[in-house]
Design a protein around this ligand. Structure first.
Ligand SMILES: Cc1cc2nc3c(=O)[nH]c(=O)nc-3n(C[C@H](O)[C@H](O)[C@H](O)COP(=O)(O)OP(=O)(O)OC[C@H]3O[C@@H](n4cnc5c(N)ncnc54)[C@H](O)[C@@H]3O)c2cc1C
Ligand SMILES: NC(=O)c1ccc[n+]([C@@H]2O[C@H](COP(=O)([O-])OP(=O)(O)OC[C@H]3O[C@@H](n4cnc5c(N)ncnc54)[C@H](O)[C@@H]3O)[C@@H](O)[C@H]2O)c1
Length: 463
């Protein structure tokens, strides 16, 4: 065999699989079909969107936003240039960090598109048309996903965009219609609304991010309204047309929406077609690869990780899946699957959560109490001027342990990890009450929300 392990795809999942294998001293190679490494995580998804968001966020924090920006379109175009520059700078730096890490550990990088010949052999075709066959004892599929692009949507990379092509626009549209109410949609609504674009949203659900708590999403929706975003909820798109230099979107209700550009953000599709997994006997459902809890496919020496296996489809979880798959393959340290996976939505304001929602707890019939702390009631919240932020704890009324933590506001994506660790270490709400937090901090909201919970727990006991 040419390698101990061959990894297909250099996104977060593939990188971490390779890094782990190399640390175990295994002969490791990554095949990547794109000229630059990093996948959606680095090149088209996580990092570029977060880097652009930072420019929009700083602008919103400076009190800029629509009032000062909307009238001055030259200013707005300069801001897009800033956002693009920041994005490209961060990508270049991260690319170099990742490359150095892989090369230092002796991971071979093989350019080209991989497809199965048999269960131990892949053919790799490079951009110049050369092909070679590579064999390995273990194979890790980490080929990721791409935006879902229905055939009847006239994508053109200029006016009808997806989450990849929107990264390459060089002129800010005056108006943008975002189709979808999921994570990608909401993050781009934040970015473009903060840059002064007239943003509208169409979504078939009653609320954005429909799987999240109403009160948390309510704070985000209020912030969007404040930025001038228009909502068309419980509406479906019938047709998107390019017309003149802009777009016309017809809704099933008969409404017509004219905007300079449309961002279509309704889900992702697996990058599996070119792999010819059938030649290795791997089972897939609609292109998503089926795996067991060790990330083994139906062919035990072939693993699949990251977006290719479907939800949660996050860079954070993909990295851990890559590491876990390799540890399992080589029978190394037993991998303990992490509980309570966190999720952060990098909107303005941020949302982050871990564990269950109230709806889920109700469906499971668990008795619970909810404690809330509002950032405006904390000294730190007042200092930084976050009047909307909220931290919410859902606590099991019987054993007094945390069932879920939901945060909306400044630093939500960082703050969540305190609650996550308490959950993973099986701590109770009393551990948060007795903990001393730096003062003034937003973290102190954990204590305030925990006190709110313990007060209710005591009241329940006296009933
Ligand atoms: C706009 C956006 C924002 C996001 N924000 C976040 C976030 O804030 N936090 C977070 O955790 N996640 C975020 N995500 C999700 C995250 O980007 C993905 O979950 C993650 O990139 C998936 O990693 P992966 O390694 O499975 O695949 P990918 O990153 O998609 O990488 C797969 C790689 O495989 C290569 N490849 C595919 N087929 C072949 C083949 N046949 N041969 C060779 N190479 C091949 C591709 O070229 C690609 O480089 C975001 C996604 C998007 C789109
Ligand atoms: N901050 C983050 O962690 C972050 C940011 C962006 C994206 N992501 C990841 O990227 C992935 C894709 O993001 P997303 O916003 O597209 O997903 P999503 O699941 O959040 O939202 C997709 C939206 O499109 C709709 N949809 C999906 N398939 C559809 C179909 N066939 N027809 C009609 N509507 C459909 C869904 O109902 C939903 O409203 C997610 O798994 C997400 O976890 C993560």
């Amino acid at each position: 065999m040419d390698y101990d392990v061959l990894i297909i795809g250099s996104g977060p999942a593939g990188q971490h699989a390779a890094w782990q294998a190399a640390r175990l001293g295994k002969r490791t190679a990554i095949v990547e079909r794109k000229p630059r490494i990093g996948g959606a995580g680095l090149q088209t998804g996580t990092i570029p969107s977060k880097a652009m968001r930072e420019v929009a966020y700083l602008l919103s924090r400076s009190g800029g936003m629509r009032q000062s920006l909307a009238p001055d379109s030259r200013n707005r175009h300069g801001l897009l240039a800033d956002a693009v520059r920041r994005k490209e700078g961060v990508i270049a730096q991260q690319e170099s960090v990742i490359l150095q890490r892989l090369l230092r550990h002796g991971v071979a990088l093989i350019p080209g598109e991989a497809s199965f010949v048999d269960a131990h052999t892949l053919q790799v075709a490079d951009a110049a048309g050369n092909t070679r066959r590579i064999s390995a004892d273990f194979i890790v599929l980490a080929s990721g996903s791409r935006p879902r692009r229905p055939a009847d949507v006239p994508f053109d990379k200029k006016t009808v965009l997806d989450s990849t092509s929107i990264l390459n626009i060089r002129h800010l549209p005056d108006s943008l219609l975002v189709v979808g109410g999921g994570v990608i949609a909401c993050e781009y609504v934040s970015i473009f609304a903060a840059l002064g674009v007239h943003v509208s949203v169409v979504d078939s659900h009653t609320q954005l991010l429909e799987y999240l708590s109403e009160d948390v999403v309510g704070v985000l929706a209020d912030s969007f309204l404040g930025m001038g975003v228009t909502f068309h909820m419980q509406e479906r798109v019938a047709e998107i047309r390019r017309e003149g230099s802009g777009t016309v979107t017809l809704l099933e209700s008969g409404k017509q929406i004219r905007t300079d550009a449309v961002l279509y953000a309704q889900g992702r599709e697996p990058n599996s077609a070119g792999l010819h997994v059938d030649k290795a006997g791997i089972l897939a459902r609609d292109g998503w690869i089926e795996v067991n809890r060790h990330y083994q496919t139906s062919v035990p020496h072939i693993y699949a990780v990251g977006d290719l296996i479907g939800r949660p489809a996050l860079a954070s979880t993909g990295m851990e899946q890559g590491r876990a798959a390799v540890l399992h393959a080589f029978g190394g340290a037993t991998h303990v699957a992490a509980d309570n996976l966190p999720m952060a939505v990098y909107t303005i304001p941020e949302i982050s959560y871990v564990g269950r929602t109230e709806k889920e707890v109700q469906l499971e019939d668990i008795p619970y109490v909810v404690g809330r702390a509002y950032f405006k009631d904390s000294a730190r919240g007042q200092i930084i001027g976050d009047a909307q932020g909220m931290l919410k704890l859902i606590v099991d009324a019987h054993n007094e342990k945390l069932l879920g933590v939901h945060i909306v506001g400044e630093q939500a994506s960082e703050l969540i990890h305190i609650g996550q660790l308490v959950m993973n270490l099986h701590g109770s709400v009393h551990d948060l009450v007795s903990n001393v937090f730096n003062y003034p901090t937003l973290a102190e909201c954990y204590k305030l929300a925990a006190l709110d919970c313990t007060h209710q727990l005591e009241q329940r006991k006296t009933l």
